[in-house]
Write a protein that binds this ligand. Structure first.
Ligand code: GDP
Length: 195
C-alpha cells in the first residue's frame, strides 16, 4: 500500500473516547515488548511515530493513527506484564474486550507473537476473544531476523499448533529490521479496509 499520510489522531481509555465517524479500523494486539510499536512504525515508514517500549503499569491507552485520511491503525495496549497489579489487568481486560466486542468500525486484528517463543496463555486468550467475537485476524510472528530460517519454520509450526490455527488461518513472519513480511501484512490490511 502507498502511504500518503500517517498521523497520530487520538488516545482512548474507553469506547466513548474512540474517534467518531465511520472510517474502518484495524487493530494491533500483542504482549508488551513483542515489537508492536516497531511493526506499526515499519508499516507507516516512520522511525518513531508510535512510541516503543511502554513502561509497565503506565496508564494503558488505545492509540489511533489515521492513515491516508481514510482508515485507522489502532494500537491496543500491550498485555502480559509479569508484575502488573490485578486491578490494572482487570482494567486492561475490560477496555480491550469492550473495544473488540463493541467497536463497529473494527475490520480485523493483527495479533503479534514472538517467533522465538511459544505463544503464552495471554496470547491464547487474545486469539480466543477474536474467534469468539468473529473478528478477522492475522497472526504475525515478529523478530524473524533473530533466528535462522530453519528454526523459524519449526517455530511457526509450534505457533500454529499452540494457537490451534487452521490451515486457512493466516500466519505471517515479520521483521522490523529487514522489513520481511511487511507487504504481506499490508495486503491483508488493505483487503480489510478496502484500499
Ligand atoms: P512493543 O512493546 O510491543 O511496542 O515493542 P517494541 O516495538 O518497543 O519492541 C521491543 C524491543 O524489541 C525493542 O528493543 C525493539 O527494538 C525490538 N524489536 C522489535 N521488533 C523487532 C524485530 O523485528 N527484530 C529485532 N531484532 N528487534 C525487534
Amino acid at each position: 500500500m502507498k502511504i500518503t499520510s500517517a498521523d497520530f489522531a487520538t488516545s482512548a481509555v474507553k469506547l466513548e473516547q474512540c474517534p467518531a465517524g465511520s472510517y474502518p479500523e484495524v487493530a494491533l494486539a500483542g504482549r508488551s515488548n513483542v515489537g508492536k510499536s516497531s511493526l506499526l512504525n515499519s508499516l507507516i515508514n516512520r522511525k518513531r511515530l508510535a512510541r516503543t517500549s511502554n513502561t509497565p503499569g503506565r496508564t494503558q491507552l488505545i492509540n489511533f493513527f489515521l492513515i491516508n485520511d481514510s482508515f485507522y491503525l489502532v494500537d491496543l495496549p500491550g498485555y502480559g506484564f509479569a508484575k502488573v497489579p490485578a486491578r490494572v489487568k482487570a482494567e486492561w481486560g475490560k477496555m480491550v474486550e469492550g473495544y473488540l466486542s463493541q467497536r463497529k468500525q473494527l475490520r480485523g486484528v493483527v495479533q503479534l507473537v514472538d517467533i522465538r517463543h511459544a505463544p503464552t496463555a495471554d496470547d491464547l486468550q487474545m486469539y480466543n476473544w477474536l474467534k469468539h467475537y468473529g473478528i478477522p485476524a492475522v497472526v504475525v510472528a515478529t523478530k524473524a531476523d533473530k533466528i535462522s530460517r530453519g528454526r523459524s519454520k519449526q517455530n511457526l509450526a509450534v505457533v500454529r499448533k499452540t494457537m490451534s490455527l487452521n490451515e486457512e488461518d493466516p500466519l505471517l513472519l515479520f521483521s522490523a529490521v529487514t522489513g520481511q513480511g511487511k507487504d504481506e501484512i499490508w495486503k491483508v490490511i488493505g483487503e480489510w479496509v478496502q484500499q
